[in-house]
Design a protein around this ligand. Sequence first.
Ligand code: HCA
Ligand code: CU
Length: 437
Amino acid sequence: MLSAIPFRFSAYTPRRLEIIDTTLREGAQTSLLHDHHKHFFSQADKVEITRALILYGVKFIEMFAPIVSPRERADIGAIQTVRDSLITQKGYTFLLAHVRCHPADVESAIEAGFDGLNFYIGTSDYTRANSHGRDLRELTRRARSLLEQVRADYPHLILRFSGEDAFRTHDDELYQVYDEVATLVDRLGAPDTVGVATPASVARRVGGLRLRYPGIDLEGHFHDDRGLAVVNALEAVRCGVRYVNTSVLGIGERSGIASMTALLFNLLIDRAYDHLEGYQLRGSYPFNVMIASKLNMLVPSKEPVSLTNRTHTGGVHQKAVLNDVVTYEAHPLDQFGVTETEVLLGPLSGWNAIFNYLKEIRYYRLDEETARAITKVYKTRVYDIGGQPPAKVLTDIAENEFGLQREESTKPYLDAVVQRMDSQPQSPVAAPVASGG
Ligand code: HCA
Ligand code: CU
């Protein structure tokens, strides 16, 4: 099915940083889908993710080639429809198919109306021996003749070539392949397929490619096996890579790849403002929450753009944060849509937080001295509460042992206040959202 309003890549001026989001391809390979009994993204999920990506400002979305499964093939039309429906609002978004250097993959993608093809073929000793088993000369010859033919027959398509496992491919072997295909493609990728790269090796590899192929844009794809995906992506950007593969929450094969919102968050902190043009950063946290909920989980605690990073539990931290959040919140998370600070009532809370909670959140009439006395009792009980929430233990002590009374509510808006000191909804204060994430 061809797009209703075709658009030429040559009419688009790429920004300083173009995210190529691959949540729908690499992201669909995450084992988290299996861990949480989900297994695949439904068509409705894909449509929602596509819409969110486009509204967020992403211009390039990678998907599986239709040949992967009948279901993948069937979902492409719905994704194109949502893309087309947003053209007047957001401009054109390019849909790219991830294809092996196989004519059947290529034909299926062209027939489905993709805007571009992301070719990949294993170039390292490992992928050559265990994936396609071809020697380098044969591999190069095949890739070149396929690309030549596609370039000639479909000049409007955006073509990219990646040597899979590039970071375990010797320089001379990678160049041998890339020299043959470089003039035929719009971008060259150099994926760190198994997560072995470091910032130093990224700088070396990107520097080498930059020098050898000065006219061609580069694409980065970094796996997180060492926990370095985001830092490697940042280094790649610093060294001149324009296109970066990300997924929401960094989901992907094994521990995944660079997280989209984590990358943009770091670029903002590093003041690389020219890289942030056109991205709706405030949508970051809602986007993370959306994908997490599709995986039936909370936003992981290690995700930089998370509520966890605005949640405070230690007594010293809570006291300081209640005075001024900047004491323990260094980053502009509000600009990424994490708009609240959480102070969790727990065993480590001190009298400050308890005073604040009882007075400001629960509207008890009390003075500081009473709060200190209540805290002493609370600290002896809170470790032994069975399944009860700490807030229940605290208010029981406050009411039953200290006889605290609530303020008469003369302010009607108080009923509508939402606070999350405690995960248990208790009238008149609703606490609808589970903490964490
Ligand atoms: C894989 C493929 C890939 C492809 C990256 C790319 C990788 O799942 O092995 O095409 O640029 O990490 O190499 O995701
Ligand atoms: Cu990958």
